[in-house]
Design a binder for this molecule. Structure first.
Ligand SMILES: *Cc1c(COP(=O)(O)O)cnc(C)c1O
Length: 360
């Protein structure tokens, strides 16, 4: 049995892959695959409409929001957001909670005059912490506040939506669909697909319709233009048709699994099991304050890093793959998105316990 803990592109649900495999030579009785048909064909358009409806059902997206399936992954949105909903002389607020937020900030600086960092991660008694919103230095005139609820590399999460007066924009690349959220609290939610939705390259954007009106058409690259993509139903140009199809299948799978309530329970159980293992052992540690711990990406270090290579070698031999931490952080990282079964978390914890006992 192989368990793949890759941070992204990450594992996909096995039933989805089996169905896609089965349909690869004959989709919907056509005699060829979904990749080989016009995106304007009614049969394909119907699939995209169902995908949108399934996503709306899963996330309970209100009617005054548009759903876009765009190109360019998560990082494409780092530029699309400021280009579409801010002006060059604007002030925008960003929470700097880790590596991905930092990339977003750097990109925004290319397009907007003032990029104000409202707060950054601090090391406090209980560990690495995102300061509470009451301590943030918010700009009264910001065009929006951007934050990343789940920092994929750092394993740091903000588990509440900031209560501010400007539109909240969230990079949910690694946490979308992992638990129910109140979409009406957000101006824009976006996510690169390769963690919890489907193949890389595709990005999902959920945007409150009044923000579409902010786009100054002449300045935004047309494929990245929210207003045009919304009017064209994400088909201004040829979309990534195969990724969209797989995303649609993942949405169906999620519905059959019990939706986001079921995913929240599933993801909490897996991450609790792993944090408990790390916390109850002096062999492993995690430096993040309990209230800011990610339930998707769990970094942990061996107290003796000289054993890192041996840990990874043994883990791989047991079918526990892609546990090496990000090159910026070191140590280990276990990513457990929706598709990771509980048995994967269990197998990892069993191995970690055995490895620690053997190296006492
Ligand atoms: C993976 C990731 C991205 C980048 O996605 P790309 O598709 O590679 O552009 C951005 N933000 C977060 C939080 C991510 O986890």
């Amino acid at each position: 049995m192989i368990f793949n803990f890759s941070a992204g592109p990450a594992m996909l649900p096995a039933p989805v892959l089996k169905k896609a495999q089965h349909e690869l030579l004959n989709w919907q009785g056509l005699g060829f695959s979904v990749m080989e048909i016009s995106h304007r064909d009614p049969i394909y358009v119907k699939m995209t409409e169902e995908a949108e409806q399934d996503l709306r059902d899963l996330m309970q997206i209100p009617d005054n929001y548009s759903v876009l399936f765009m190109h360019g992954g998560g990082r494409g949105q780092f530029s699309a957001v400021p280009l579409n909903i801010a002006t060059p002389d604007a002030t925008v607020d960003y929470l700097n909670s880790g590596i991905w937020s930092g990339y977003g900030i750097r990109e925004a600086k290319k397009y907007v005059q003032v990029v104000n960092e409202v707060a950054c991660v601090e090391t406090r008694a209980e560990g690495k912490t995102i300061p509470p919103v009451s301590e943030w230095s918010l700009s009264p005139n910001a065009s929006y506040l951007h934050y990343c609820p789940n920092e994929t590399v750092d394993g740091i999460a903000l588990h509440e939506v900031p209560d501010v007066s400007v539109p909240v924009v969230a990079d949910m690349s690694s946490s979308i669909l992992s638990e129910p959220i109140d979409v009406s609290r957000f101006g824009i939610i976006y996510a690169g697909a390769q963690k919890n939705i489907g193949p890389s390259g595709l990005s999902v954007v959920i945007i409150r319709n009044d923000l579409l009106e902010r786009t100054a058409q002449q300045h935004v690259c047309t494929v990245m233009n929210y207003k045009i993509q919304a009017a064209e139903k994400s088909m201004y140009n040829t979309p990534n048709t195969f990724a969209w199809y797989l995303a649609a299948e993942v949405f169906k799978w999620l519905k059959a699994e019990g939706g986001l309530d079921a995913m929240a329970v599933h993801n909490k159980r897996k991450s609790d099991l792993l944090y408990e293992c790390v916390d109850n052992s002096s062999f492993y540690h995690n430096t993040i304050a309990p209230q800011n711990r990610s339930r998707m990406n769990i970094p942990f270090q061996l107290t003796n890093p000289e054993l890192d290579a041996e840990f990874l070698r043994r883990a791989e031999r047991e079918g526990l793959m892609s546990l090496k931490g990000h090159r910026f952080v070191g140590g280990m990282r276990a990513s457990m998105y929706n598709a990771m079964p509980y048995a994967g978390a269990q197998a990892l914890v069993d191995f970690m316990t055995r490895f620690a006992n053997e190296h006492k």
